[in-house]
Design a protein around this ligand. Structure first.
Ligand SMILES: Nc1ncnc2c1ncn2[C@@H]1O[C@H](COP(=O)(O)OP(=O)(O)OP(=O)(O)O)[C@@H](O)[C@H]1O
Ligand SMILES: [Mg+2]
Length: 618
């Protein structure tokens, strides 16, 4: 089954969409990776800076506190006040970041706190790990805590060392909210950067994909056009890259395809015109025996239109016998003579069909049959006529020969001794011999006329004289049969340009026929008149005889054709007279017609050209 091409796939499956998606994903992944590294590095850096800053402050405070610590007694309380002032100043300077600064004594008791609200806090102890570590003399203690409100804080504690002894600790709590805000802003900037980059990538992707897919789309369109037989459009080659090379290759392929198709078409037309103008019929079938090609002549022979025949089975169209059909299927039937069109032997078209199996180039199994049909109707008719002629001649000769043989035997057997009988027998033998001689000379005459050996020796002949001489030759016979002979000449008819001997023979045969087939007391008219156009002379031999039945009129000019064979033969007839007359008249470029009514009479009209062909005499 033919698969329909999908020219418009849905967008998600297009190369364009895929390219865009790939680009966007690439950018997204790249940005994500960069983002993760950048943001975490940023966060680390900011946090360590923050912590370091706090520690530095704590250290500064611890150094200052250590300084103050060295005093004692009253000095100690004034030092505490000084320290308190310093802590407050430091606290106020650091803005909102530092939430609380504490100065603790060695037991962890809060000596000074920056918190104003909680003035009694000095009495409390700070027991956090960082503080206890600092009180143990460990430097740089820090911790990350999240308080009850969820706020993220950093605490640092530094020991106050005075004279190699830890005398207290500085404790600072700072909120990291600002730091996280900064991180959040940076993240926001990064995200919007990613979005802008993605947007731009998508746009660039569309443009880039378009430059790649556009030529592909155009090529698809052209390929479709080529598939539909349009070879005139050429692909525009924009560049020399892979797509440009593909376009060039496509154009080259199109032109090669066009040439190949044109050549193919030409070959097809040649073949078609050869088939069309062939005088023989040609039928080609596929391996199932169905017609795939038939020419006009073959179609006409089968009595059908070419278009109606294709697809039909050859065996159903040819009147083949069952064994022949089998042979055709096996590929062993080579030649056969068939009568097409009609079951009637006479009117059907006789064809000689020659079958040749067609083999495929690759394998030797049969792939169909070519049948060549030759019209051999004429050939067959001629062959039949020849057979009939030989049969007729043999038959005509055998009858007198048999008679002669039997009479000769009778003479040998003793009839010779009886003179009267012997004379009668010899008379019969002589008659039969004469009949044979007449038959043979008639045949010789006909064959001379057939082979156009007999050249006409035309001469100007007076028509009246021609008719009178003919009548004179039959005067005695007519008189014996008491048949009246009339000559009916149209006034003005003068002479005609004919071969006198030959036309005499025609007239002799026609008058002898009229005489033979007219009863005693009848009449025969020899007439002549010129045709309306004055160029033809019509000679008419009319009798009042027995006539010829209508059904025999068509065949009356055939060789050996006689209406009543027995009667005619008795009268010495061979059935060749009329055909000889016809041949002679035809040789004169004339016509001969016979019209007859049973029991009424017969009229034979011989029309001859009055003048010699091409002559100007009147
Ligand atoms: N005038 C006629 N009247 C009746 N029948 C005729 C007439 N002319 C010809 N025929 C019929 O036509 C047949 C053919 O005539 P055709 O002249 O060819 O042969 P034929 O007279 O029998 O023999 P042939 O002329 O050779 O001696 C005759 O046998 C006869 O039956
Ligand atoms: Mg005759």
């Amino acid at each position: 089954m033919k698969r329909k091409l999908r020219w418009i796939p849905d967008f998600s499956r297009t190369i364009q969409a895929r390219l865009i998606i790939i680009y966007v994903l690439l950018i997204l992944i790249a940005m994500q990776l960069i983002g993760v590294y950048f943001v975490s590095a940023m966060k680390n850096s900011l946090t360590s800076n923050f912590t370091q800053d706090l520690q530095e402050r704590a250290q500064l405070l611890s150094v200052l506190a250590a300084d103050k610590w060295s005093g004692s007694g009253e000095n100690m309380s004034s030092s505490v006040n000084d320290l308190k002032l310093m802590v407050d100043n430091l606290y106020n300077m650091s803005g909102t970041q530092i939430q609380e600064i504490q100065v603790l004594d060695v037991s962890g008791r809060i000596l000074i706190s920056s918190l104003k609200t909680d003035s009694g806090s000095e009495a409390r102890r700070n027991t956090q790990t960082v503080v206890s570590r600092a009180l143990q003399g460990i430097n740089d203690n820090e911790e990350y805590i999240i308080d009850d409100t969820g706020e993220r804080k950093r605490v640092v504690a530094e020991p106050i060392i005075s004279g190699n002894r830890t005398v207290g600790a500085v404790y600072i709590v700072a909120s990291m909210a600002e730091l996280f805000d900064t991180m959040k802003r940076i993240n926001g900037i990064f995200l919007s950067g990613i979005l802008i980059a993605l947007g731009m990538t998508a746009v660039l992707g569309v443009i880039l994909a378009h430059t790649i897919t556009q030529p592909i789309k155009e090529m698809t369109k052209r390929a479709k056009q080529v598939a539909e037989g349009e070879f005139d459009h050429h692909m525009t080659v924009y560049s020399n890259d892979e797509i440009g090379q593909l376009s060039e290759a496509f154009n080259y392929m199109t032109s090669r395809l066009r040439d190949a198709l044109a050549q193919n078409e030409e070959e097809k037309e040649k073949l078609a015109s050869i088939l069309k103008n062939m005088s023989d019929g040609v039928i080609a079938t596929d391996d199932h025996g169905c017609i795939i090609l038939v020419n006009r002549v073959a179609a006409a022979m089968l009595g059908n239109m070419e278009s109606h025949l294709s697809g039909k089975e050859l065996t159903s169209l040819l009147p083949l016998s069952e064994p022949d059909q089998l042979k055709l299927q096996n590929g062993t039937l080579r030649q056969i003579i068939l009568n097409l069109g009609s079951s009637d032997e006479e009117s059907g078209t006789v064809v000689r069909v020659t079958f040749s199996p067609v083999h495929r180039r690759k394998d030797s199994t049969g792939a169909g049959v070519i049948a060549v049909l030759q019209d051999v109707t004429e050939q067959e008719k001629l062959e039949a006529a020849r057979r009939e002629f030989v049969a007729n001649v043999s038959h005509e000769l055998r009858t007198p020969l048999t008679t002669i043989k039997s009479y000769t035997e009778a003479l040998e057997d003793g009839a010779l001794d009886e003179r009267a009988l012997a004379e009668r027998f010899i008379g019969v033998i002589r008659n039969e011999t004469q009949r044979m001689i007449r038959l043979v000379s008639d045949l010789l005459h006909l064959s001379r006329l057939d082979s156009s050996e007999a050249t006409l020796r035309k001469q100007r002949t007076d028509v009246l004289e021609l008719l009178e001489d003919t009548a004179d030759r039959f005067y005695v016979q007519m008189k014996q049969k008491q048949i009246e002979c009339r000559i009916d000449l149209e006034p003005g008819v003068g002479s005609v340009w004919i071969d006198r001997d030959q036309i005499d023979q025609v007239l002799d045969n026609l008058v002898s026929n009229a005489l033979k087939y007219t009863m005693e007391g009848g009449s025969i008219t020899l007439g002549a008149q010129s045709h309306i156009d004055k160029d033809m002379l019509a000679i008419r031999i009319e009798d009042t005889g027995i006539g010829i039945p209508r059904q025999d009129l068509d065949r009356i000019f055939e060789r050996f054709y006689r209406v009543d064979k027995a009667r005619s033969r008795n009268m010495g007839g061979t059935g060749l007279g009329l055909s000889i007359a016809q041949e002679i008249v035809f040789a004169h470029n004339g016509t001969i017609e016979l019209d007859s009514e049973l029991d009424q009479g017969t009229t034979v009209t011989v029309s001859l050209p009055l003048h010699e062909e091409g002559s100007v005499d009147a």
